[in-house]
Design a protein. Structure first.
Length: 494
């Protein structure tokens, strides 16, 4: 039966795993352009346009431009693919899923007496999948100089061998656990001083390596919205948002030595497979305020502020090392433990949005949105030396990123034709680590008066350079990431 350990809060520094890092802090701060098919087809440029269920997720004032009670639900088919280059070798991987991307309803109340300048107000509740974590990446190649032994050696140096040999895995710190895995897997051995370690590999160069990362899950947001219109010229709104996160990531690193120069195929290690399984879950809170003003009958300006999201997260981690040797064949260095770490807190950055839209009556519209997030303000608010170091890394590596969205809609009788574009700059100071997002979108809609069906297609692209591990073996693989999304929305009067 699988063993489970709940680390005491006093051990948080020593138990901390690599999920609590810059990369993962960024993971929960990034948003995708999800929502209704109309919203997606127009690049999410709805900050000043409003009048859509997903518009209120960008600017809470958007629901005040709706004129009747309505509900909406959106189903999406998502395909995520990645092409990689690692030391000159190409590889690719992909995965697909179907999810409920959005569901919500709004109720509009109007002043029928005509005596108040506050002409109407609306109440809405809306769920959106802010970010689908679906990801499938594989990189394959022959590393000329660096092996997985460098990962375990990096952790092991300086640890007395007696601690590794004479203690239960559950009693070790994370650093000591990695040293334990390396030793039990015959990858490293202690030297005579019993505090330094050497590699057990006979191979000296040209290590065949394959790394596969499979991830899934979501970052969901449930919004409670209230908005009102003043003289049908100024619209204001407020969102109170409840967030929940469910994220699973499995990485499998394989290394083979049988064709490496200098390796003795009749002795020692033949290959290694290092598997890391991470499960992160939690919840959080944020709020949004926004306003839209009609400068003229057709021209609108909007502004919005999204607060930081305050998250409480829990990590569960399991590691397994499968090793093949000439003497023992295949065996596992498996502690058979799933470690549950104490709850920690993360604050993601706030967002400021400005927008403009021009509405051509019933014929269509053009809209443009600008947003800015300073990812360098992401902060682990749990107090410890480890998290203090992670916050310093965030400040050193991340920066503010600008986002631009543009969208257009053209109506012909009951039909609507839509197109959009989105560009979000890299959150890293070195954009080679994670590049800009570019998204192209388009879609159609047909209005049955009290019922509307919308269809959207989006193509999102991004480049990244990612190492297999954050210590030791850090040679980056180059990735070209692509996300294809087809969404269908049903919008109906209530």
């Amino acid at each position: 039966m699988k063993k489970i350990l709940l680390c005491a809060s006093g051990l948080l520094l020593t138990c901390s795993i690599q999920a609590q890092s810059v990369t993962d802090a960024l993971l929960y701060g990034l948003d995708n352009t999800n929502g209704t098919a109309r919203f997606r087809a127009m690049g999410g440029a709805f900050g000043a346009l409003g009048a859509d269920m997903s518009a209120l997720s960008l600017n809470p004032a958007g629901s005040a431009l709706l004129t009747y009670n309505q509900g909406a639900a959106t189903l999406s088919s998502v395909n995520s693919s990645a092409k990689s280059v690692y030391f000159g070798t190409n590889a690719k991987n992909s995965d697909s899923t179907i999810d409920l991307n959005q569901a919500g309803a709004v109720w509009v109340f109007t002043d029928k007496s005509g005596k108040s300048d506050w002409k109407s107000f609306s109440l809405a509740i809306n769920y959106e999948n802010q970010n689908n974590f679906l990801n499938a990446q594989t990189a394959v190649g022959t590393n000329p100089t660096t092996s997985i032994d460098s990962y375990f050696l990096d952790f092991a140096q300086g640890i007395p061998f007696g601690i590794i040999a004479n203690n239960n895995f559950l009693d070790l710190t994370y650093q000591e656990q990695q040293a334990w895995l390396g030793y039990e897997g015959f990858i490293i051995n202690p030297n005579t001083d019993n505090t330094s370690y050497s590699s057990n590999l006979t191979a000296q160069s040209n290590f065949f390596q394959r790394n596969t990362v499979l991830a899934n899950g979501l970052n969901g947001k449930l919004s409670f919205n209230i908005a009102s219109s003043y003289k049908d010229r100024i619209y204001i709104g407020l969102n109170l948002n409840s967030h929940f996160t469910d994220y699973t990531r499995t990485s499998s690193f394989y290394e083979d030595y049988r064709n490496s120069p200098g390796h003795d195929n009749s002795n020692g290690l033949q290959n290694v497979n290092f598997i890391n399984e991470l499960y992160t879950y939690g919840n959080g809170f944020s709020f949004q305020v926004g306003a839209i003003g009609k400068v003229t009958k057709n021209f609108r300006l909007g502004a919005s502020y999204q607060s930081p999201t305050w998250l409480r997260l829990t990590d569960e981690n399991r590691q397994t090392l499968r090793v093949t040797t000439d003497e023992q064949g295949g065996f596992f260095a498996d502690p058979n433990v799933t470690i549950i770490y104490p709850v920690y807190r993360l604050r993601t950055p706030s967002r400021l949005g400005l927008s403009a839209a021009y509405v051509f009556g019933k014929h269509g519209s053009l809209s443009f949105d600008y947003g800015r997030k300073d990812y360098g303000n992401s902060t682990f608010t749990t107090s410890s030396l480890f998290f203090d170091q992670q916050n310093q890394n965030i400040e050193q590596l991340l920066t503010a990123a600008n986002e631009y969205r543009a969208g257009g809609e053209f109506n012909v009788k009951q039909w609507s034709i839509r197109a959009g574009y989105r560009l979000e700059e890299s959150p890293y100071k070195d954009s080679r680590t994670l590049g800009d997002v570019t998204m192209y979108s388009g879609g159609l809609g047909y209005n049955f008066r009290h019922f509307r069906i919308d269809l959207a297609y989006t193509l999102m692209r991004r480049e990244a350079a990612t190492g297999f591990f954050e210590q030791g073996l850090t040679n980056p693989a180059q990735y070209r990431l692509k996300n294809n999304n087809v969404s269908v929305s049903c919008v109906f009067a209530l």
